[in-house]
Write a protein that binds this ligand. Structure first.
Ligand code: CU
Length: 257
């Protein structure tokens, strides 16, 4: 069905279900299209002027169609409140927590780039406080916290190992952005003042595009980053190198000279 619908490459575990949903919605729409078209043609023939020379000025008296409309609205409310909202809440609740087996990353949208913060080999982010914010420390990580030392920044470029659950905590420094990766079948708004988790499992090695999916200003198009899925060994080496560079002060974060 991916080929029929012309969908982008699929590279995540849950994406197949989403593509399935897209496919079923297309089937439903096709059935509705054919059904309504058939009814339309029937009405044109059945109520043609040749067969009905005199117009009927009374029309339909029954309230059946109104009841039907109300029933459809009630079913839609039940689907939304009873199923869709609880399902989404449970997805958010199921996000991997601190200490669980997952890759934790923080992504911060900003006009017009993506800040990407990794916790480093110890898996712990340094403490953050608004009083630490200053030049060279725009996210307010505590330079005296030992957990901050091995944190590193990898702006516009996210790297993750294959077949591991990735949890990305999204936020924004200014306006509403939206973090999207089509092959992963994920998209989530980044809202200033909120931290929203997004989690999924990449299952195909490759380099994919991250884009901002919310028009956020005149250089919105520049918010294009990369999401690279690599082997576990390659990922571990990369984290070690980036973290070492941060500690020695050769790159952003950690160290804080
Ligand atoms: Cu944006």
């Amino acid at each position: 069905m991916q080929e029929i619908l012309g969908l982008p490459i699929l590279a995540s575990e849950h994406g197949g279900e989403l593509d399935g949903l897209t496919w079923y919605i297309h089937l439903l729409m096709a059935a509705l299209f054919v059904g309504w078209l058939g009814y339309f043609i029937y009405v044109i023939i059945r109520f043609r002027s040749g067969r009905n020379p005199q117009a009927d000025y009374h029309g339909v008296k029954s309230h059946f169609s109104s009841y039907l409309e109300v029933a459809v609205a009630v079913i839609e409310i039940v689907l939304l409140v009873g199923f869709a909202v609880p399902l989404w809440a449970s997805y958010i609740d199921d996000a991997p927590k601190d200490g669980e087996d997952a890759i934790f990353i923080r992504v911060i949208g900003e006009q017009f780039s993506w800040g990407v913060v990794y916790p480093g080999p110890d898996g712990k982010f340094g403490k953050q406080d608004i009083s630490n914010i200053g030049s060279g420390n725009k996210y307010g990580y505590d330079p005296d916290d030992p957990d901050t030392l091995d944190n590193f920044q990898s702006d516009m470029n996210i790297k993750v190992p294959i077949n591991r659950v990735v949890r990305i905590d999204l936020s924004s420094l200014d306006v509403i952005h939206s973090f999207g990766i089509k092959p992963m079948r994920v998209a989530q708004d980044c809202i200033p003042g909120m931290v929203i988790p997004l989690w999924f499992e990449p299952n195909r090695i490759g380099r994919y595009q991250v884009q901002c999916e919310q028009l956020c200003g005149n250089a919105h198009y520049r918010m294009k980053g990369y999401f690279e899925v690599v082997t576990q060994e390659e990922y571990d080496q990369w984290v070690e190198q980036e973290s070492a560079d941060a500690i020695s002060g050769e790159s952003d974060m950690g160290g804080f000279e």
